[in-house]
Design a protein around this ligand. Structure first.
Ligand code: HEC
Ligand code: HEC
Ligand code: HEC
Ligand code: HEC
Ligand code: HEC
Ligand code: HEC
Length: 263
């Protein structure tokens, strides 16, 4: 079950998934074409290639290639968006047509920054993807109860999903910075459900970390642990609580997130 999750597939060696055989032409005339191993970029009749090494993202939202070029890590300019079914700009890259090959290949990442990317998308140096041991500890393919109790802590999830810091300490983080809704712990920890229940609400109240997020029938039971339906909540009998109280939005082009500040 966990092996099929997006956690487990958050990082893989590049094998062309989503890219192979596709071509993208930018307004400025730069052309990107992909095989199952590499990208070829053509500008003004000149063609250059790079071997794509790693693919970040399980493919629910987006897949971004990362590779080494001239000894430096590069985050590729182009990502694949399975939802939209196309290739497009990686978030954070300049939208104007690439002025040079360097910009077309992507953004150079410092060694420290690249380490952080791999750190959040891997279990350890030799195991890409987020697997058992990343959450349960070394050698813990069969975790003991004590480890499991510690693992439930919101701080573990926030190691990668980000936690509120000075930048996001606002009581209305999604209004201050719409992009912050991508960081679930930031919104959740600003919710009354969280602050007024004194930390009783954690990520695993609603998510089984071994499977992907989904709102299915019966999801509302997570809300009804603390909120009883009845005349006091006029809406308490309306099904699908999250559709009204945790709306989705897409502040970053082609990506949609769920607002975790419940209100
Ligand atoms: C080692 C870093 C790391 C830790 C620790 C971590 N996550 Fe994640 N999580 C990720 C990454 C990376 C993704 C994105 C996977 C993708 O789509 O490529 C993700 C995706 C998710 C998703 C979305 C999956 C989907 O349906 O799209 C949920 C839900 C989630 N994590 C919940 C949790 C919870 C709950 C915890 C704590 C128990 C947790 N995560 C701990 C890195 C982490
Ligand atoms: C602090 C931990 C952290 C770091 C550092 C990090 N990621 Fe992620 N990444 C996540 C989490 C958590 C998710 C899932 C939730 C989300 O989308 O933010 C994710 C999602 C993604 C996705 C799926 C698409 C998406 O936006 O959901 C891609 C692609 C990705 N990351 C690439 C990268 C690359 C490339 C780097 C480095 C340049 C990087 N990440 C650095 C934690 C991290
Ligand atoms: C993203 C972090 C994360 C990963 C990866 C992860 N777990 Fe867990 N695991 C948890 C958390 C958190 C709990 C506590 C869940 C709860 O109580 O609702 C847990 C609970 C468990 C339990 C107790 C029974 C249960 O389901 O509540 C077992 C057994 C377990 N994990 C085994 C594994 C194995 C085996 C893997 C790898 C195949 C794995 N876990 C991967 C976070 C993780
Ligand atoms: C761990 C307990 C807990 C869970 C689970 C929980 N809540 Fe709450 N929630 C609270 C508490 C406590 C308050 C504050 C009540 C008060 O101030 O009277 C609250 C407040 C709220 C409010 C009012 C917020 C505001 O800013 O005034 C809404 C709406 C709400 N919850 C909806 C939900 C929904 C929908 C879910 C499920 C997605 C949910 N809650 C899950 C404990 C919880
Ligand atoms: C009160 C219930 C609730 C809690 C608590 C909760 N989530 Fe979610 N989460 C949801 C719902 C609902 C969705 C939307 C799922 C869907 O549409 O399939 C979601 C979706 C996600 C996603 C997928 C991307 C997105 O934004 O849609 C990630 C990642 C995620 N949650 C991480 C977390 C983390 C990390 C925590 C703890 C800080 C957490 N969630 C706590 C209800 C919750
Ligand atoms: C169709 C949209 C919708 C759905 C579905 C919905 N709500 Fe609400 N809810 C609202 C609105 C609007 C308000 C604020 C107005 C009000 O007080 O009635 C509200 C208010 C609340 C409050 C705060 C009440 C207070 O005293 O301040 C809670 C708690 C709450 N809802 C919980 C839930 C739970 C639990 C569910 C699912 C069983 C749910 N809601 C389903 C729209 C909805």
């Amino acid at each position: 079950m966990q092996e099929a999750s997006r956690h487990a597939n958050a990082l893989k060696p590049f094998d062309g998934t989503g890219f192979a055989g596709k071509t993208l032409r930018e307004r400025g005339g730069t052309v990107f074409s992909y095989s199952d191993k590499r990208v070829a970029i053509t500008r003004d009749g000149v063609r250059r290639e790079a071997v794509m090494q790693w693919l970040f993202g399980a493919g629910h939202f987006a897949r971004t290639p990362v590779f080494k070029q001239d000894g430096k890590w590069v985050e590729h300019r182009i990502s694949q968006y399975p939802g939209a079914g196309r290739l497009s700009l990686t978030p954070g890259h300049v939208a104007q047509p690439s002025p040079s090959f360097d910009v077309a290949f992507g953004i150079v990442q410092s060694e420290a920054n690249a380490e952080r990317c791999f750190g959040c998308h891997s279990t350890n140096v030799s195991e890409p993807g987020v697997h058992c041991q990343r959450c349960h500890g070394e050698g813990q393919d069969h975790p003991a109860q004590a480890t499991i109790r510690r693992t439930k802590d919101i701080a573990l999830c926030a190691e990668c999903h980000r936690s509120p810091n000075r930048e996001y300490a606002s009581p209305e983080p999604e209004i201050e910075d719409p992009g912050s809704i991508r960081f679930a712990p930031v919104g959740l920890m600003a919710s009354k459900c969280y602050t007024a229940s004194k930390g009783a609400l954690t990520c695993v109240t609603c998510h089984d970390p071994h499977t992907d997020a989904k709102v299915g029938p019966g999801y509302d039971k997570n809300c009804l642990i603390c909120h009883s339906p009845g005349p006091k909540n006029g809406c308490g009998r309306e099904p699908n609580c999250a559709s009204c109280h945790m709306p989705k939005s897409g502040p970053i082009p082609l990506l949609t997130f769920t607002d975790h500040r419940i209100r």
